[in-house]
Design a protein around this ligand. Sequence first.
Ligand SMILES: [Zn+2]
Ligand SMILES: [Zn+2]
Length: 145
Amino acid sequence: MENQSRICSNTSTDAEEEEHSAILQKKYEEVKRNLMKISQEKSKMEEIYKTSRRKRDEENKELVREIKSKNNAVESALLCKICYDKMVHPYTLTCQHTFCAGCLSKLPRNKENNRLCPFCSKPFRLPQTVTEYNYVIEDIKSIFG
Ligand SMILES: [Zn+2]
Ligand SMILES: [Zn+2]
């Protein structure tokens, strides 16, 4: 009788353990599935992040190229076409071409006491003392250094 009871009890414990182990196994599988899902989501997010960062880097590089190119264009426009240096006291002639006042004053005068614009050859005369500088060019010069 005692023996019988023990066997019964043992059988019952085994069944319970089996059931418990099955539940654990199921939970383990579920956790594993969830972990895999999370890992896949993580890879997806990382890919999105990498792509957006790459795109942003490319846009930044493009912007830097554009700024440099515009910077070069402005710097070249600020060069005096006589001395090929940055204009000092830029003076705009009636033909609208602009050079350093000093460079213009060094140009030779013709018989009519005129100088010729080195760019378009239009004759011009400089005032006794040049004071009307091109302030727009002076301002741009101060921005671009
Ligand atoms: Zn000059
Ligand atoms: Zn000119």
